[in-house]
Ligand binder design. Structure first.
Ligand code: NAD
Ligand code: ZN
Ligand code: ZN
Length: 337
């Protein structure tokens, strides 16, 4: 099978021919139909974060495909089912985080395309209990971005407390942001979209953002304060400056939800203002299997639109260059069918 492999943090990925992987008793082998390219794949391929993956590895954690073989302990999915392989490859299932609905905080988790091989390949192995069924009628090319960009922002918007009457800032209208904007609207919030490219600003308008701010030419915090300030800001731009601007946009009692993970990401918090203004700063990491099931259900109901372009796996390096340069309109998805 073909797989895109990171061999070195400073070199392009290599398309390799690998043997077909055999599932262990708890695993399934998924014939990948679609695999979305998340900005996290760039961080993984470049070794950006404090904990790095071990090359060689196959990135990709927005994998969608058909279960082709299942080990004899697999109970919840069957051969022929369409499933998603998300970031949370597996977790211990027993710790307080796992049993209280916060499996994404499990200390023993593995992550697809990071600590275990991911979905930028024709086939991938996955844990039978941690793949998430894709409902009938959801296009696999849509399901792929929903498996990370979708579920992550669905969760982040929930964590933000967005509801009717609130004003929510979405900073960065990329793969994650174009969906965050839609979930904030579904929650009933007034929305403010911020980006630094004309395409993304146009996309935000098309998706119904109530206000659109160009961070290249406008002072984001000042503009949002003029509107009355944001009850919540969801930070999805790969830029430290954007965190500071999002923080500065909040009104009293507001919540900053940190999601983007730039290399060496830092936010300077003025303690006095944070205390007197009653500000909450919270980190949000992907979502649970249940969050992903909710995300798929919303899409099946026609409430969300996934903006994406399909590419061939062989184009992985040019796709990564485009994503890094901010030239991608929302999401690129490898079509492996
Ligand atoms: P992306 O490249 O598709 O989108 C980033 C967007 O930010 C782009 O539209 C870009 O134009 C915009 N941007 C850049 N500078 C900006 C600025 N100063 N102000 C406003 N917008 C700006 O990336 P993505 O795939 O959406 O991922 C975004 C980040 O989220 C990455 O760091 C990724 O690793 C991280 N991520 C985190 C989680 C999590 O669970 N916390 C999950 C997935 C991805
Ligand atoms: Zn991702
Ligand atoms: Zn656990």
């Amino acid at each position: 099978m073909k797989a895109a492999v990171v061999r070195d943090f400073t070199a392009p990925l290599v398309i390799e021919d690998r043997p077909l992987p055999e599932p262990a008793p708890h695993q399934v082998r998924v014939r990948i139909e679609a695999s979305g390219l998340c900005h996290t794949d760039l961080h993984a391929a470049h070794g950006d974060w404090p904990v790095t993956p071990q090359p060689p590895f196959v990135p990709g954690h927005e994998g969608v495909g058909i279960v082709e073989a299942a080990g004899d302990q697999v109970r919840h999915v069957r051969v022929g089912d369409r499933v998603a392989i998300p970031w949370l490859a597996d977790a211990c299932g027993r710790c307080d985080h796992c049993v209280s609905g916060w499996e994404t905080l499990c200390l023993e988790q593995h992550n697809s395309g990071y600590s275990v091989d991911g979905a930028h390949a024709q086939y991938a192995l996955a844990h039978g209990d941690y793949v998430v069924p894709v409902p009938d009628g959801v296009d696999p090319l849509d399901a792929a971005p929903l498996s990370c960009a979708g579920v992550t922002t669905y969760k982040a918007v929930k964590v933000s407390g967005a509801r009717p009457g609130t004003r929510v800032l979405v900073s960065g209208i990329g793969g994650l942001g174009h969906l965050a904007l839609q979930y904030a609207r579904i929650a009933g919030a007034e929305t403010v979209a911020v980006d630094v490219t004309d395409d993304k600003l146009a996309l935000a308008r098309e998706l119904g953002a109530d206000h659109v701010i160009d961070a290249r030419t406008q002072d984001v915090a000042a503009e949002v304060q003029r509107l009355g300030g944001a009850d919540a800001a969801v930070s999805l731009a790969v830029s430290n400056e954007s965190f500071q601007a999002a923080y500065g946009s909040l009104r009293r009692g507001g919540t900053l939800v940190l999601v983007a993970l730039p290399a060496g990401g830092r936010l300077e918090l003025p303690v006095f203002d944070t205390v007197l203004n009653g500000i909450t700063v919270v980190g949000s990491i992907v979502g649970t299997r249940q969050d992903l099931a909710d995300t798929f259900r919303l899409h099946a109901l026609g409430r969300t639109r996934v903006i994406r372009e399909s590419r061939r796996l062989e184009e992985v390096n040019t796709c990564m260059d485009e994503l890094l340069a901010g030239k991608v309109t929302a999401r690129l998805v490898f079509d492996l069918r």
